[in-house]
Design a binder for this molecule. Structure first.
Ligand code: TYD
Length: 208
């Protein structure tokens, strides 16, 4: 059995990752490639429970290291119970966010640093990396319009952090993509969903 490919979508809030994950699965499905679409934090019942702990806005929230550990724990369950079994069964896995989100949000913007985030990832998830990470980049004004039409004035715990935090996230993603050009594809997300989907497909076509 040929192992499936693992594709992650990354980007800031309102980048259109979930829409693009769904559209890519449809396009690949039409070519006979069986895809599992999943998301982080989440994807298994345990990881979805951790998602609620991380993103709920009750209480005082987590300090930076506890937050990184919770993301790593959720990812560990997701990798062990869903991602690796699907890849081993020959399915493709399309994941809405993966470890590069932890590297950008907790490691870069949150100040934990990349080495610690990757150390947690080695312990939790065998250091698994996607075959390709598609970074969808949108201009801040478009991202703000999309998130406010989706979330209104009730963003989640992390989405609701200030502009400076989200600017650091965007800069950290760009830096990761520059450092690993073979694993990252950068896609301009400002266009229509169909235009972006075409660019995404062009970026992943090398894997088929
Ligand atoms: P998501 O539901 O993808 O939010 P959005 O659709 O707004 O992009 O992700 C939830 C939030 O969790 C988002 O603010 C990014 C954050 N996050 C991290 O901080 N670290 C991580 O490792 C992951 C996977 C997500």
């Amino acid at each position: 059995m040929k192992r499936g490919k693992f594709i992650a979508f990354e980007g800031g809030e309102g980048a259109g990752k979930s829409t693009q994950a769904r559209l890519l699965a449809q396009t690949l499905g039409a070519r006979g490639i069986d895809c599992v679409v999943t998301r982080e934090p989440g994807g298994t019942s345990g990881a979805e429970a951790i998602r609620a702990l991380l993103l709920g806005t009750d209480g005082e929230g987590w300090h930076a290291r506890a937050e990184a550990l919770l993301f790593a724990a959720a990812r560990s369950d997701h990798v062990e119970r869903k991602i690796l079994p699907a890849l081993d069964a020959g399915q493709w896995v399309i994941c809405d966010r993966f470890v590069d989100s932890s590297r950008a949000y907790q490691g870069g913007a949150g100040g934990l640093g990349d080495a610690d985030v990757m150390a947690l990832h080695r312990v939790g998830s065998h250091g698994l990396l996607p075959d390709l990470t598609v970074l969808i980049e949108v201009s801040p004004a478009i991202a703000a319009a999309r998130t406010s039409s989706r979330d209104g004035d009730r963003p989640d715990r992390i989405g609701g952090r200030d502009e400076a935090y989200h600017a650091r996230v965007a800069a950290a993603f760009a830096q990761l993509a520059d450092a690993e050009p073979d694993r990252f594809a950068r896609v301009d997300g400002d266009g229509s969903a169909d235009q972006v989907a075409e660019a995404v497909f062009a970026a992943i076509a090398q894997l088929i």
